[in-house]
Design a protein around this ligand. Sequence first.
Ligand SMILES: Cc1cc2nc3c(=O)[nH]c(=O)nc-3n(C[C@H](O)[C@H](O)[C@H](O)COP(=O)(O)OP(=O)(O)OC[C@H]3O[C@@H](n4cnc5c(N)ncnc54)[C@H](O)[C@@H]3O)c2cc1C
Length: 109
Amino acid sequence: MPLTTDIQIHAVNVLVIGSGAAGLRAAIAAAAGCEVLIVGKRPRTDAHTVLAAGGINAVLDTSDPADSWQQHFADTYKEGYGLGDPAMIEIMVRKAPDAIRELADWAPP
Ligand SMILES: Cc1cc2nc3c(=O)[nH]c(=O)nc-3n(C[C@H](O)[C@H](O)[C@H](O)COP(=O)(O)OP(=O)(O)OC[C@H]3O[C@@H](n4cnc5c(N)ncnc54)[C@H](O)[C@@H]3O)c2cc1C
C-alpha cells in the first residue's frame, strides 16, 4: 500500500479515536474546557451507531409501574444468550435512565 502524502498536523488537548456514540460521548465530556479532535478509520456513515435501528432501552418509570432495573437486567442478559458480563449489564441498566435523560436534555454549546 502506498504511503499517503496528505498529512495534516493538528495540536489538540484530547484525541478521541472512534466516531461512534462512545467516542462522541467521550468527546462531549472532554470538550468542557478542552480542544478535542475525533478520528475514525471509516466514513462517519459507517459506524455501528449510524447503522443501528435507533432503539434505546431504559427504565424511566413512564409507562409500566412494574418495570425495574432488575427486569431490564434480566431481559438484557436473556437476549444476549447469557453471554453478557452480569456486572457490566448491571452498571448499564442502573445508569441507563440518567443517560437517556441527559441525551434528551443535551443541546449543542
Ligand atoms: C444494524 C445494527 C442495528 C443495531 N440496532 C441497535 C438498537 O436498536 N439498539 C441498540 O442499543 N444498539 C443497536 N445496535 C448496536 C449499537 O449500534 C452499537 O452497540 C453501538 O453503536 C456501538 O457504539 P460504539 O461507539 O461503541 O461503536 P461504533 O458506532 O461502531 O463506532 C466505532 C468507531 O470506531 C472507529 N474505529 C474502529 N477501529 C478504529 C481504528 N483502529 N482506528 C480509528 N478508528 C477506529 C470506527 O470507524 C467507528 O467510527 C445495532 C447495530 C447494528 C450494526
